[in-house]
Design a protein around this ligand. Structure first.
Ligand SMILES: C[S@@+](CC[C@H](N)C(=O)[O-])C[C@H]1O[C@@H](n2cnc3c(N)ncnc32)[C@H](O)[C@@H]1O
Length: 394
């Protein structure tokens, strides 16, 4: 039985809704573990040989692999299944939220908060955020259907749980009693692990989480650095309203504000640490460079920045690189693939960080299900790792 932790803001599913959500989760796990991996067998047995025979060489990159795989019946089928499951996930969770939306909106109005919420109704939402329903989530992150709406935040909380569980598959059980299981702070914890290893002397007093969504990734910083002033920004108001109420439900002091990471209202040299979790692959190629410039501006000299995103793709063979890139084409994630083509060093050096301060690693889980940080390389990659990349301001 898969059910997210029932905190004060989490929408509650009825018996039948929960059954449907569990059906989707179980189907996704089955597809992840039993169906999608067969794609590589099909690729090796008939797709790559046919291309080699016709053109004299096997597909050399993810684009050539995609063109070849999409002509194959098996690959067309798994791709259609993956897309359908994604749509079923949001539909099923959406119905749970719609039923109790007025109550959730009421609960999100906190009388005596520890943290703060600052919204900006005049903000210009970037087109890369507003123009698409990102990863097929109806309305995207910022869609609003009523006043003081929290629908999209609730969708990310409850739906995000069912999105991630299948990637853990049966290993999800090993997360049962961890904080990650409760509120999903895995990306933040990975960044903290890497920072402690690479920059052990850093004791951040002011921390900024960019593209915080509902603040899932922000929580671990509150726990690890309890005396720090912690800010979290996002362009999407429903994420921030829900995230603020969720943080209060967990008794976490976070200062949420509605701002674009491309240009914030924080002073120069203000932060010791600037982080993001899942932001970079959801902005455009131009925006991600603006964001790094802005981070360089708001970091104090010696301050550190670190980011967690889907694996940047180094070292994957053409088949796996295509599978990893599937979201770019079929899951409304147009900037997922392009991010892979930007190297971490290039990204940070162009923004003014010293090349020798750049760090890049993969986060994964070891055989026992425990989190592990491994060194990136070009020859020994595997799917379902996260990339961590960052630098220190000179
Ligand atoms: C994949 S979600 C990650 C949310 C959160 N960090 C987490 O780990 O759950 C990416 C978030 O970035 C936000 N975002 C996209 N572009 C942004 C920008 N220019 N400035 C601030 N937030 C942005 C989106 O609205 C969304 O909430």
């Amino acid at each position: 039985m898969f059910e997210p932790y029932p905190h004060r803001m989490m929408p509650r599913a009825s018996h039948d809704e929960l059954a449907r959500q569990n059906y989707v989760a179980a189907f996704k796990i089955h597809a992840e573990e039993e169906v999608y991996p067969k794609s590589k067998d099909v690729y090796r047995a008939r797709v790559a040989p046919a291309i080699t025979k016709a053109s004299g060489q096997a597909p050399q990159n993810r684009h050539a692999a995609r063109r070849a795989l999409l002509k194959d019946d098996f690959c067309q089928t798994w791709s259609a299944v993956a897309r359908t499951l994604q749509e079923m996930l949001w539909d099923n969770v959406g119905e749970t939220i719609e039923r109790q939306l007025p109550d959730l909106i009421d609960r999100a109005k906190i009388k005596h908060p520890k943290g703060t919420l600052r919204l900006n109704p005049d903000i210009k939402i970037p087109r890369y955020n507003a123009a698409i329903d990102i990863h097929c989530m109806p309305g995207g992150y910022g869609g609003e259907i009523t006043e003081d709406d929290v629908y999209a935040g609730a969708l990310v909380d409850r739906g995000g749980y069912y999105y991630v569980v299948p990637f853990m598959g049966h290993r999800a059980d090993t997360f049962k009693d961890t904080r990650e299981r409760l509120y999903g702070g895995a990306a933040g914890n990975n960044i903290i692990r890497l920072i402690k290893r690479e920059f052990p002397e850093l004791k951040p007093r002011r921390i900024l989480d960019m593209g915080c969504g509902i603040g899932r990734g922000t929580f671990p910083y509150v726990e690890t650095y309890p005396d720090a002033e912690i800010h979290a920004i996002d362009v999407a108001a429903p994420q921030l309203r829900y995230g603020h109420a969720r943080a209060e439900a967990f008794d976490r002091r976070i200062h949420f504000s509605q701002q674009s990471a491309e240009r914030t209202d924080f002073p120069d040299d203000y932060f010791d640490l600037v982080v993001s979790h899942g932001l970079c692959h959801e902005t455009s190629g131009k925006a991600v460079r603006n964001i790094m410039n802005e981070i360089h501006r708001v970091l104090r000299p010696g301050g550190v920045t670190m980011h967690s995103d889907p694996q940047l793709g180094r070292g994957l063979d053409p088949h796996d690189a295509f599978v990893h890139d599937w979201d770019t084409y079929y899951n409304n994630e147009p900037f997922w693939g392009p991010l892979h083509d930007i190297g971490a060093t290039d990204l940070f050096v162009k923004a003014g960080f010293p090349a020798e301060s750049v760090r890049e690693a993969w986060a994964t889980v070891d055989a026992s299900g425990s989190p592990a940080i491994v060194t990136t390389n070009d020859t020994d990659s595997a799917l379902n790792r996260s990339s961590l990349f960052g630098a220190r301001k000179g």
